[in-house]
Design a protein around this ligand. Sequence first.
Ligand code: ADP
Ligand code: MG
Length: 645
Amino acid sequence: MTTGASQMITGTSQMTTWTSQMSTRKPVFPPIHPIPYICSPMTSDIIQLLPDSVANQIAAGEVIQRPASALKELLENAIDAGATIINVNIKDAGKTLIQVIDNGCGMSDTDARMSFERHATSKIKNAEDLFAIRTMGFRGEALASIAAIAQVELKTKRMEDDLGSSIEISGSKVENQSQCPSPNGTNFSIKNLFYNIPARRNFLKSNPVETRHLLEEFQRVALSHPDLSFTFNHNGIDVFHLNASTFKQRIVSLFGNSYNERMVAVEESTTIISIKGFVGKPEVAKKTRGEQYFFVNKRFIKDNYLNHAVQSAFQDLLPPGSYPSYFLFIEIDPAKIDINIHPTKTEIKFEDERAIYSIIRASVKRALGQYSVMPSMDFEIDRSVNIPVITKDTVIIHPSINLQPGYNPFTAPRDAPSHNNKKIDPNWQKLYEGLDLAAIEKEAPIPKETDEDLSEPIGHVFFQLFNRYIVTPMHSGLMVIEQQAAHERILYERYLNYLTRNQGLHQQQLFPQTIEFSATDYDLMNELEEEIRALGFDIKPFGKHTYVIHGVPSDIRQGEEKESIEELLEQYKNNQSTLQLSKRENLARAIATNLSIKAGQFLSHREMKHLAEDLFSCHSSASAPNGKPIWMIINEEEFARRFSK
Ligand code: ADP
Ligand code: MG
């Protein structure tokens, strides 16, 4: 690792970025045209419009990936229809039946038929409406897609009609349409999803996996609509029976009674967004990603950047390696987000991303601060606070959390809340660190914090003990750093950053190498190809089960290019079986584990110094990605105690 450690710090000179490669990339496979374009003199025009059924099937490929995606669309339609009671019946993990019954507005005969046409929607009328969307759907393609790839039965009736209408449609073909007595509302049954596309049907995962996806989708919708009643029945068994309730009660009904005691309320209202919800108390944080939910205008989203905002608000309060639970609702003017997102995607674009980051972070910190100082103040948050005014360029947070540097909660004369005989968490001061404009710095998308304890200069002398610990004297005592954990943290943050920015640095190989994979590993490579590239591997598919490597991240030693990819996959699969991690998180961890300096490895003085410097410029230097502590300080008291002074 002698070369690796110095490369890790200095080796940027010969790096080429992936983007500079892109423009010169050639397609790997020549396009295949078994029958070349034959232009006979008889038929000079060859372009035709696809029949609707085919176009719908193609669209369905994107919109409906599995039973859970169909359930999501039906639930969202029921909500848009103003339903207050929504019942879900599932058979065989949705492979046989997905039924959603609602008491919403219902449809007329014509609308019932129209609802299966592509781009048929009652939710928007023109382009301007796209910027004011409050409904869950608007694209008008879900039902058309579902009807193209399943056998669908619809029964629907409006309150004002005497008779309802019933339609059976399969593979986009209307089999039956009639009038019939029916309760008010709508009843959709989707049977035998992908019955006409065996390849897709075979691609479905096992029943437990598909059921998990269904439940996830259901929980997201149920969480964001606590005011509605839901039931979820699988193979005749009632899995959930949720009455209309408060948000807190809904969380408890979905995740269990223990959540009653576990959460702290978050509530903040600003000119840009309002936030409401709950975060888990630090002491109940989970070792794996627990319940982490963001909703924007009641739509579930996943957003690493905002997740980071919450995670960083917890910093120093969480046991190492654990993740906070949170259920946060953001309300924002629809014109300020890019709503034109793909139906299956859960990302969203905000106009004022940085400001939103700061607001979320500040609100969570404040909620935690109030809880730490006044643990008795359980759920009800003090409503008498000022509303911060936030514009694109400034963030002014409520004065009580914009504390002066050096503010000491124990000596502050006024406004310090009375804390009776409750124990104060000494860490709570840290809650207020970095609450200035740092969070909206122009350059860094993920703001860094400096660790107060380490602001004093790190010693200039380093010793290595047992080829494993780096020891350095400091003002406050003797610092001991575990080298492997430290390097894992450094690499993990570096590669996570590459993945987030999609710009890993790589060193070009003089001689490209090929690797042949097993069929399953090749599939995994395909699945991860984009991310692996973002890590800094310049790889391309190259024939059957094979990839060619043109470049690798500069942390990888020469001659170990092939092994590094194989080990990366291996570690990825390992992580996958034991932890619930996102692709990126998993890959960053996997590469960090593989490339890190190991215990037992000799380090030069220079390498130790670089390692320490890199470690303490990490976002969180206290623990390795797996939660193990990285360093400790043996302080004066400890020495005194040892010498029985
Ligand atoms: P979208 O929701 O994007 O408009 P869909 O294909 O999901 O597109 O639905 C098409 C239309 O069918 C909707 O705009 C709505 O008018 C109608 N519709 C669908 N589901 C229901 C329902 N459960 N109750 C009433 N109307 C519905
Ligand atoms: Mg819809």
